[in-house]
Design a protein around this ligand. Structure first.
Ligand code: PGA
Length: 256
C-alpha cells in the first residue's frame, strides 16, 4: 500500500434495477458465511430501495458485509413524493450510498453541484457516500479524462472543505466501460487513481488513508484481481456480476 498501512479493500455490489425476493433468498442461501469470514475483503450490497430491509436482515450474520443504497434525495423530510432521504436510509441501517452514478447523470440529468449536496447530506448522517465519476468515450479520445474528473470532483472538495468528513470514497467508472464488457486497462486505472488521490490531497487537508478510489466498469470474477492488486485501487464497484452469487463467491474465495 502506498501509505505503508493496510487498507481493507472493498467490493461494492450495485444491483441497479435488478433483484426480487426470490433472488435475494437464493443469493444468500448460496453464499457461505465461512468464505466471507476468511476473506480479506469487505462487501457492500446496494439493492433497490424496497429490498434494503430484506438484505439488511440477511447480512446480520456476516461481519464484513454492509448495506448500501444507490441514490438519495436532496431533501430530508416533507412533501417530496417518490423520494428517499438520508434520514430514512440511516434509519434502515444503510452504511454506504452511491451518488452521481453515470446512469443517474444520463437518465435523471443529475449535475455535479446537486451530487455534491447529496454527498454532504449523507456525510452529515454518518453514511459514507461513494461518488461516481468518469469520462465518456469521446472525452477519453480527446484526452480530456483528467479535466473531466477534476470538474466532477471539485464541487465535493469545495462543499466539504470546512466539515468533518469521515472518508472520501470515489468510484472511477469510465462511462464507456459500464455494462459493455470493455473494462479499462488496470495499469491505466492505477494511474488515474493516483491522479485523483494527488488532486484531492493537493486541495484538501485529508490523510491518504481516508481516501479510497474504486474502479467500476465491466468487472467480473475473471478480471477483478488485476485491478484489486494495484496499490491505489482500493476497491471495485461491480454491477452486473454482483447479482450472481457464483461470481461473488469466486471473488471472495480468491482474496484471503
Ligand atoms: P457493470 O456496472 O459492472 O455492469 O459494468 C458497473 C456500475 O455501473 O457500477
Amino acid at each position: 500500500m502506498t501509505n505503508g498501512k493496510m487498507k481493507k479493500k472493498i467490493i461494492i455490489g450495485n444491483w441497479k434495477l435488478n433483484g426480487s425476493l426470490n433472488m435475494i433468498e437464493n443469493f444468500f442461501k448460496n453464499l457461505r458465511i465461512e468464505m466471507f469470514q476468511s476473506s480479506a475483503l469487505d462487501f457492500v450490497i446496494a439493492p433497490p430501495f424496497p429490498y434494503l430491509m430484506n438484505v439488511g436482515r440477511m447480512i446480520r450474520r456476516y461481519h464484513n458485509v454492509f448495506l448500501g443504497a444507490q441514490n438519495v434525495d436532496l431533501h430530508l423530510i416533507g412533501a417530496y413524493t417518490g423520494e428517499i432521504s438520508s434520514l430514512i436510509l440511516k434509519d434502515v441501517g444503510v452504511k454506504y450510498t452511491i451518488v452521481g452514478h453515470s446512469e443517474r447523470r444520463m437518465y435523471h440529468l443529475e449535475k455535479d453541484a446537486e451530487i455534491a449536496k447529496k454527498f454532504l447530506l449523507l456525510q452529515k448522517e454518518g453514511i459514507i457516500p461513494i461518488l461516481c465519476v468518469g469520462e465518456s468515450l469521446s472525452e477519453k479520445r480527446s484526452g480530456n479524462t483528467e479535466s473531466i474528473l477534476m470538474k466532477q470532483i471539485r464541487p465535493i472538495i469545495e462543499m466539504i472543505r470546512n466539515t468533518d468528513f469521515l472518508k472520501i470514497m470515489i468510484a472511477y467508472e469510465p462511462v464507456w466501460s459500464i455494462g459493455t464488457g470493455n473494462s479499462e486497462d488496470p495499469s491505466s486505472v492505477q494511474k488515474t487513481a493516483e491522479f485523483i488521490k494527488g488532486y484531492i490531497l493537493d486541495n484538501l487537508d485529508i490523510r491518504r488513508e481516508f481516501l479510497f478510489i474504486h474502479y467500476g466498469g465491466s468487472v467480473n470474477s475473471k478480471n477483478f484481481q488485476e485491478f484489486i492488486e494495484k496499490p491505489d485501487i482500493d476497491g471495485l464497484l461491480i454491477g452486473k456480476c454482483s447479482i450472481e452469487y457464483r461470481s461473488i463467491s469466486e471473488i471472495f474465495s480468491k482474496i484471503k
